[in-house]
Design a protein around this ligand. Structure first.
Ligand code: SAH
Ligand code: AVI
Length: 317
């Protein structure tokens, strides 16, 4: 497995500490969602994907199964496949079976999730050239041996693009447009706008797995940065912000308190929150317009039977 720590060999922990201290110093405290995914966070996310209320994984899996022939005709058999935020590479296995890519390059910030996926992929596809890259896709990454003669296709499923702001999503799409070149393509999974009650349930599951996923961020800061967050004094809070078209996740302080992170202290008023994640929802037209501003043209779009989730096939404009 290749490891890319982003800043020329700087350890990832440096970035984590700086980002946490900077985020907790803002008037609206906030933490980047990429830090959810340590080994425990990746496991919790995999449990979220199997929850009754969390429809995106099931809907995307179902539409991928249903349209796999069209999807593989669009991407082209034998292409070189690069996946961002691959996690457990669940839907990817369907693509690999249908596409028989010449190479597969999964990229994820969670080394633990990548390693588990890698073992399974190697057993199931012993013929496939796989190099996993542990790194942060919000920074330039070196992808080993991706620029051969084959068509290059980037796969970005799961609506992970929704965790970026529209501006960040546009910059990310521009970067991938450069990576796939003029003959290349992109497959992007995008969660659709829908009834706010359905959205609310998906991010407030009855078993509290999403709450545990959210709170694990504080547990991780305690573990890795020597902080003293008292997890019982923070509560998971998620709601749909309709004007901005996004689910917001927060951790709300249950009382007035002060928390230490290494040598630094941060005060919290009762009810004050740390904003931990946005999950943007797009209509088909909104996402195609965003892709259009990023050097792509939306050529295909596949939806699940209930119209909950979309998979966009983008080509270079
Ligand atoms: N693609 C999978 C997982 C989606 S969860 C699916 O569809 O189910 C989001 C994934 O992106 C996680 O595995 C997480 O570790 C990864 N991720 C989040 N931010 C990242 C970043 N900045 N760089 C690389 N990987 C990231
Ligand atoms: C990875 N990402 C697309 C998930 C989402 O739905 O925004 C992360 C998540 N957060 C809470 N539940 C799931």
């Amino acid at each position: 497995m290749a490891r890319d720590d982003g800043e020329r060999g700087a350890p990832q922990l440096g970035g984590f500490r700086e980002d946490v201290l900077a985020g907790l110093s803002l008037p609206q405290k906030s933490l980047p969602p990429k830090y959810f995914y340590d080994a425990a966070g990746s496991r919790l996310f995999e449990r979220i994907c199997r929850l009754r209320e969390y429809y995106p994984t099931r809907a995307e899996l179902a539409l991928t199964k249903k349209y796999i022939r069209e999807i593989s005709r669009f991407a082209g058999r034998g292409c070189a496949l690069l996946e961002y935020g691959s996690g457990e590479s669940l839907k990817t296995r369907l693509l690999i079976r249908a596409l028989r890519p010449s190479a597969y390059r999964p990229v994820d910030i969670s080394a633990a999730a990548l390693l588990r996926a890698l073992g399974r992929l190697r057993r199931e596809f012993p013929w496939l050239d796989i190099v996993a890259v542990a790194g942060d896709f919000s920074r330039p990454l070196e992808i080993p041996d991706f620029r051969g003669r084959e068509r290059r296709v980037v796969y970005f499923p799961g609506s992970t693009i929704g965790n970026l702001t529209p501006g960040e999503a546009q910059a990310f799409l521009r970067m991938t447009r450069g990576q796939v070149g003029p003959r290349g393509a992109m497959l992007v999974g995008v969660d659709l706008k829908k009834d706010a009650n359905l959205l609310h349930a998906a991010y407030n599951d009855a078993r509290g797995v999403t709450a545990a996923f959210n709170l694990n961020l504080l547990a991780r800061i305690n573990r890795e940065l020597g902080a003293d967050f008292d997890l019982k004094r923070f509560a998971h809070y998620a709601f749909y912000n309709a004007p901005l078209g996004r689910i917001e996740m927060h951790l709300v302080s249950l009382g007035r308190q002060s928390v230490g992170v290494g040598r630094h202290r941060f005060g919290f008023e009762a009810g004050e929150s740390i904003h931990t994640e946005n999950s943007y929802k797009y209509s088909v037209g909104e996402f195609q317009a965003l892709a259009g501003r990023s050097g792509f043209r939306g050529e295909k779009v596949w939806l699940d039977r209930k119209g909950l989730f979309s998979l966009h096939g983008l080509v270079a404009a």
